[in-house]
Design a protein around this ligand. Structure first.
Ligand SMILES: [Ca+2]
Ligand SMILES: [Ca+2]
Ligand SMILES: [Ca+2]
Ligand SMILES: [Ca+2]
Length: 308
């Protein structure tokens, strides 16, 4: 595997950094952090600062509810969406108030790595709302597109769900419901149930608030039969990208913005921006369940005196 090339138990070394050997330096670090915890918000737990701008923060259980209310995202690292991606002249987006944030969660907090979910929040300030009952034409309404690839190396291959997935979400005219489709954007279809995709949105004045839960796949098969869920852990990179689309009904113009302006995301998984998954965990917390204890010691013991 490319993500976890180092030994799980190699958390330190003579210089205080992993050194590809599991020995007494690693036990010393584990002892130093023994029974400490870093569970976000818990009393007495050490807070490990996020070190990576543009990274994806670890959530805790119950942290994100997919309901279109973004109030639980206040402290998230928001990424501005302010670079023109496609331009037919619409100017109804206020890019200074348009942004997205991502969090992640493992399914199994006691495993070294585990299948998991990304939570994505998108806020768009759009002064001129155009909502449709379904996805209709690609440039017919206000909507957001989210791209995810679990395998950070996936590139090329036009419209290949096995490489990456493009989810498109729009608000219905009633504003009480959303539609969602799985790309490609030229011929989108309903999101298969096997994707376990969730989305919700809300409208508050000019602000459109979208919220999604997205399973992370190394390879996705629309039948579900051959899908491979990514095994996630902190410090690995995955692809996450957001494009905001807007229709202006006064001019019938259309515009798209992204965070990075790298075009062709629907056509090439290599154009999807990478983000590092942050663990928020102490280095001795090898299984990244926010606490340093015997489960971590067991993982270190399994690698005892191994070297790479
Ligand atoms: Ca070591
Ligand atoms: Ca929410
Ligand atoms: Ca609009
Ligand atoms: Ca642990």
């Amino acid at each position: 595997m490319y993500f976890n090339a180092l030994l799980p138990g190699d958390i330190s070394g003579p210089a205080g950094m992993p050194d590809r050997v599991v020995d007494l330096f690693d036990v010393e670090k584990l002892a130093e952090q023994w029974l400490k915890c870093s569970y976000p918000g818990a009393v007495g737990c050490e807070v490990v600062p996020a070190a990576y701008i543009g990274g994806v923060d670890r959530t805790v259980i119950g942290d994100v509810v997919v309901d279109g209310d973004l109030s639980e995202w206040g402290s998230a690292r928001w990424i501005p969406i302010n670079v023109l991606y496609y331009d037919e002249g619409a100017r109804d987006i206020n890019t200074s108030n348009t942004k997205f944030a991502v969090k992640w969660q493992k399914d199994n907090d006691n495993a070294y790595s585990s299948a998991g979910t990304l939570y994505v929040a998108v806020q768009v300030e759009d002064g001129n709302h155009v909502f449709t009952a379904d996805s209709a034409d690609w440039n017919s309404s206000d909507r957001v597109e989210v791209y995810v690839k679990g395998d950070q190396w996936a590139t090329g291959t036009y419209y290949d769900f096995a490489k990456a997935q493009q989810y498109i979400v729009g608000i219905k005219p009633s504003m009480a419901d959303i539609w969602s489709v799985l790309g490609p954007s030229a011929t989108p279809g309903p999101v298969p149930a096997s994707a376990n995709f969730q989305a919700a949105a809300s409208v508050s004045g000019a602000l459109l608030n979208y919220e999604m839960a997205i399973r992370v796949f190394d390879s996705y098969d629309t039948t579900g039969a051959a899908s491979i869920l990514s095994q996630l852990r902190g410090s690995q990179s995955i692809g996450v990208d957001v494009v905001v689309d807007s229709k202006d009904f006064t001019t019938y113009d259309f515009v798209m913005y992204s965070a990075n302006g790298v075009t062709g995301k629907a056509a090439d998984a290599g154009a999807i921006a990478l983000h590092k998954l942050e663990s928020g965990c102490l280095v001795s917390d090898i299984n990244q369940n926010f606490k340093v204890d015997f489960s971590d010691f067991a993982l270190m013991a399994a690698d005892w005196l191994k070297s790479l």
